[in-house]
Structures are given as structure tokens and as C-alpha cells.
Design a protein around this ligand. Sequence first.
Ligand code: ATP
Length: 845
Amino acid sequence: MHEFRRTQAHNPGGASWHPACCGVAAVVRPSAIVHDLAVPDPTGLSSAEARERLVTGGRNEIRRAADTSRWRLLAAQFESPLVLLLLAACGVSAWLGEAADAIAIGVIVALNAAVGFLQEARAENALHALRSMTAPRARVVRDGKQAVVPAAEVVPGDLLLLEAGDVVAADARLVEAHALTANEAALTGESVPAEKSVGRSASDVPLAERFDQVFTGTSIARGTGSAEVTATAMQTELGRVAHLIETATDEDTPLQRRLARVGRLLLYLCLGMVAVTAALGVARGLPAIQVFMSAVSLAVAAVPEGLPAVVTIALALGVQRMAARHVLVRKLPAVETLGSATVICTDKTGTLTTGVMAVREVWGSNRDQVIATAAACSDAEVDADGRNGVGDPTEVAIVAEAFRLGIRRERIEAQSPRRTVNPFDAARRRMSIFRADGHLYAKGAFESIAPLCREGTADAALAAVSMAERGLRVLAVALGDLAEERDLRLVGLVGIADPPRTEAIEAVSAARRAGIRTVMITGDHPRTALAIAREMGILGGGDDPGEVVHARATPEDKLSVVRALKTKGDIVAMTGDGVNDAPALREAHIGIAMGKAGTEVTREASDMVLADDNYASIVAAIGEGRGIFENIRKTLVYLLAGNTGELLVMLGAAAVGLPLPLLPLHLLWINLATDGLPALALVVDPPATDLMTRPPRAPTEPMLGRWEWASIAVTGLLQAAVTLGVFTWALRSRDLSEARNLAFTTLVFGELFRSFASRHATLLLWEIGPFTNLRLVAVVAGSVLIQIAMHHVPVMARLFQITPLGIQDCLLSLGLGLIPVTAIEFGKLVRRVVLPRSASGKVAA
Ligand code: ATP
């Protein structure tokens, strides 16, 4: 719903700025005092001048606390107790003269830190880039033309253009004001919007009384105007009170917080285990070094080191992929919530429809007069050939139609300048302009204009309903002889077509297949709304029109729609663009602002911004959200099952008095290389084909449910059984190092191959397509080769204390490595029988 005339930002440079009133700019609130004022300099600054001032005066930014420095980020890599434990192990090995161990552990710790650092730096860069994409903007006049610039580039002397919904980018003195009020609660604490007008307030009065100025960080509640910038950055009133505004640190998502808790729990658990094993070893009189090393091995085996990085990467890359699909995420937790959305409440105009409007029908005795009157009550502009326009799309359609009929709006402005303007807003649903020729030109929704007319309007009412039933947006056009909106004559009706976006029609049905309802909320007439809803498939056979279509809706209605849906247990995504939509966006689980048509105020209240204003992008983003969740889930299951397997191998061997089947270094290698790399490929797995045919995930559904835990336990057991089996078998006829060789490679291959089965809970590998994740194929193939090569490269072999691997042993390990993946694929078939369809969405390892 837009409640103001919004200049389309995608064509900012093409617009030329005409002050609303060429001779006398005036305050137009009927009750307000009318100030005559000097003609504002309509050209603002030149671009060259603005650039120079930006260089000398600096950017218009309130200073923030420094972002995390790179050194902090690097240091943080060494803060985990696990890394400290490894460093201790490294130190102890060095002290005992075990140089090879010490170097190897040191290298692995350093690699781990480097990878962690790079991943986090990458995630941070991605978030930075996104932040700058959603950075606030301002409209100014540069070189005599209207331009949209980043708010940080506004300089003193700029002519700032203001309209309802703008966040004021700098402190400025008004040179023009039409029914202007500003919401200054942030600065003055005053909750009622302050009335603004042109004039001069005393310099020593409190902020709240400076009626002639607007201030950084406040927002325009109503009306339009322009103002000359007097102060920017830290010189502004906001800069003065907020000497240092803390950067809003990027919130962790609930999932990240939960995982951090799980990580801590695992850590304490394994530290406990380490202590117990150590105590037992000491009690049995084993040498201290052996006790220490097996304790460290256990700790390494149990902790999924890759876990936090995996989640960060999944979220950061997901957010980047969404940006490529025109969705800019402002708050990270929204990504998670998106996946469980059950309802999308969306605006109609420009989101479901193209927003490119055209006059389709005119009703009235004199067609030209209807259009001329409507054009005289418009602000939009069209270019020299009458095709492309700038301004409110409804008005662009009218001015373009006028152009076709040979009526030029500029000529109207020149011949009969404006005296007063009553701007359009969503509550009044009409606007009017009183001109120097003594006429008041008005247009608006039929119900809004008809009561102001003198004569009967019964015929027109019938015509308006019939137009609306054909899906047209109807404007009543009227003329008066007074400066006020009364005693008007109805001139006629204009029916404007706004065709649905074809991709939105497809997206509505895609959403339906995914168990997500679409609710249309519009300022248009109910009949227009119903016609469009039917055409787009929003209103199907079994749907209740009262539930899926809300017409003639006000921003307050939006708020109550969200609340009602939330009480019913829905997870609501809500779009908004108008100045008063912010509360509804905040109330919704996922507030979505419009990037093109939206106001700065709604953008600031939103969780994400639609760069192309397109409904289809919301549905695409929900798909991404679901995909991210699934990827994190399957990667987690993969990693935890791997750790469980390793832990059981070590505990099992200790329980039956076998020597250590794997050295600490082997476990580190498995965790970081053979588990870590497939995990990185799994977490960016392309979305499964059935992702958008399942119902939404319940927000209360845990990340790991019964099936996932069962799968972790069974897979871990199986992996451990195969590894210990081959180890004990080899020990019978061979020496320890050869038995270790076999245990090591069998476990590694088992882990690598298992990653393919982890891609889906119920679909078999060939059903998903074995080559749909080439990264995974490459990682697994590469790791298998490296694993084999390690045995034959002397440095590596010495480091890992392994010996060359014979062909037969190699084939044996490869064969045994296939057991877990085969078992999991078989398990999927069983699960399909036991648990048909409903829970099939979940992913098991
Ligand atoms: P949606 O929610 O679908 O995006 P909207 O909020 O854009 O719709 P409004 O712009 O509030 O809807 O328009 C509501 C009604 O106000 C329209 O049906 C029309 O009759 C009238 N109207 C719209 N634009 C103007 C305008 N520029 N001047 C006068 N009346 C207008």
C-alpha cells in the first residue's frame, strides 16, 4: 500500500525536479498558516560541488564503534578449549622429544585456525556487502535533477527532497512543506508527529519547537517538502547526542545459539571423558605419555570441530544466494524463520502485479476533460515521447494517456500554477490541487470523492463497480470552484489496468504446493481485488474470499491481519512499503520491505528487502530458507555420526584392551580433512527436488529429531564395528602398524562414501542424481586419492606413522568402506515403508 506519491527509484537520474509550485510554495494544511517564502533554489548543488564538499567535509555517517578487527578474528580462532588442549598436546610432545608429533599437531592447529579465520572473514565480508546494499538512501537535487544517493553522500547545502516514509538523512532547514509532519520520537521522545512548516524558529528553542527544521534519523510521517541541508554526520543533533553509536552487531540466529550450546555441552562431556580415561590409565600404571595421548585422542574424536563453521557458511552463502535472487536479508535469524513460513501476506500493486499501469477505460460525457482534469491533479512526469514515466504509477498512466491526447502536464503547471496541494494518502484515498485558475482538481477512490460531489452519482457508482469487476483500478475525477474539497462536480471515471506478473501467478501456485497460503492485502476496491485474486489463483475453489483477500485495507488492518494469523498459529511473512506499514512488518515473523517502491522507514523495520518488489522472489527466498535448514541438518547429522563412530572405535578398543587403533593425529586428520571437506560440500548441496512440495516445517520441530538421533547412533555403531572388525582381524596375522593402516583407511573411506547417502533422508542416491553435487564428488575422489598417496609419500607416512598400502589392502578398505553407505541407503527404503510421506522431509545421515 503506498500512501504517498513515490518516485520510482529505478529511474532516479531520469527525473527532473519541478518544485511542486512554481511561483509560491506554500503550506497546504487547510487549517495551517500560509507562509509566503522565497523561491527555493530548484537546482540544488552541482555534482562537482557535492563531490568536493564530500571530500572536504567527510561522509555523512554517525561514527560507529570499530568493527571486529582482523587480529581479533584471528585470535578468536585460538580461544576454544579444544585448540588449547591440542596446543598443550603439541607442547608436551615437543618436551618429550616427539618432534614429529609436535610438528604435525602444530601444523594441524595452524591449518584449522587459518581455515576458520578465512571462513569467518568471508562470512563477515558477505554481511558487509549486504549491509551496504541495504544502506539508507536519500533523494536530493543534483545538477537540477532529482537523484537518489546513498545517505552517506549527502553534504551541507544539498536540497533534500522529503516525502512520507523517508528517514531524514541530515539536519536541514525546510524550503518547502506540504502538510508535512515528522516523527521525532527518537530525538525528542515526543510520540505525536511534529508539524513542520517553512519559516524561522528562534535558534535557542528546544528541538521539539523547531518547526522549520528536520533532523537526521527522524522520519517523515505525512506530506511532502524539500529542505536545505545544514549539518551532516557528527555535527547533526543525532551525532551530538549519540557520540558513539554501537554497531548493531549481527545477531546470532536461534539456531546458532542452540548449536553453540550443543558444542559447549559436547566439549565438557569429552573433557570429562578425558579426565576419567586419564585417571583409569594412571590407576592401571600406564606410562604418563600414553595416558595423555589417548586422552587427547578421545577429546579430538568426540568434538565436531567443523560444526560452527558449517552453520556460518550455510547462512552466509545462503544469504548471498538470496541476494542473487533479489532478496536482501537484513536480519540473519529471518533466514531460519523463512523456511517455516505458512502464510505470505502481500501487497497487490507492483508486487503481485507489474505496477506498470495503463488507462484502459474512461467513463464520462467528455473523455478528454476527464483525463485533463485527472492530469491537472497529478505529479508524475513522462519523457519526451510519452512512453516512460517517473512518479506514482497510477499517475504515470494518467499523464501518459493525457500525452496521447495532446494534453501536456507541464503546460498546465505553467499556465495555472498550484496554490495548495492536498497530498494523496492511503487513509483519505484521494488528492486535490487548487490552482491559480480558481479550480480545485480532485481524483481518488469513488467512495472517497462521491460524498464531496453536489449532484447525484448513481450512474457513476454502477459504472465504477462494473470497471472494478473487470479488475481495473478505478479513480473518480472531480472539479470544484473553491479552495476546499467540497461542492465538487463529478467529471468522470478512469479505469486503469495493472496486469498480474506472470511469474507471480506461477509463484502463487508454487507456494500452494509448498503448503503456503497467499493473502492479498490491497488499498484497491474489493471487486478489483477479487478479480485479480481469481486471475492469479490466490482465490481458488475452496478458499474463503474473506480470508485471502483484504481490500480497501489500511495499515492498521494489516496489523490486525498479522495478529489474527499469529493467534491461529501461522508463521507470517508480510510485505509493506508505506510509511505506516512499519508496525505490521515488525509484528510479522518476517517483515519484508519493498526495495524500489518502499519507504526508508519500512526498510528499517524489515527483516529483509525485496530488491525487485516481486512476489515471486519471496517464494524463491522461502525455498532458499528451507534449503539452508535442510543443508545444515544433514551436515550436522553427517558430522555427529562421524564423531560418534570415531569415539566408539576408541572406547571399544579401550574396553576390550586393544592397542590404540588410531593415533590422535589420525583422528585430527579424519575430523578436519575427511569429515570437514565433505561437510563443506554438503552444506552447499543444491536444494532437493521435493523441497517445495512438502508442508512447512513446524518452527518447534527440533533440528535433530528422533530419526536423526537414531541415524547418528546406528551409523556410528556400524562405522565403529567395521573399523574395529578389520583392526582385530589384521592384528591376528600382522603387526600393529599394518593393522592401524587398515583401520585408518577403512574408517576414512567409510566416512567419505557415507557423505553421498547423507544428501537426503529418503531419496536414494540415484534418485537425487549422483552428479548433482559435483563439489562433493570432487572432494570425495580427491580425498580417496590423497588418502592412498599418503601411505606412499615418505614424509607423510612418517608423520602419520603409517606404512605403504598394498593393492589388496587398498581394495579391502574400499570394499569395507562401502558398507555404511549401502546400509544407510537400505535404511531409507525401510523408513519409506515404516513412515510414509509425512515425515519424509527430514534428512538422515
Ligand atoms: P496495494 O496494496 O495493492 O499496493 P495500494 O496500497 O497501492 O494497493 P493505494 O495506492 O492506497 O493502493 O490506492 C487505493 C485507492 O486510492 C485506489 O484504488 C485508487 O482509487 C486511489 N488512488 C490510488 N492512487 C491515487 C492517486 N495518485 N491519486 C488519487 N487516488 C489514488
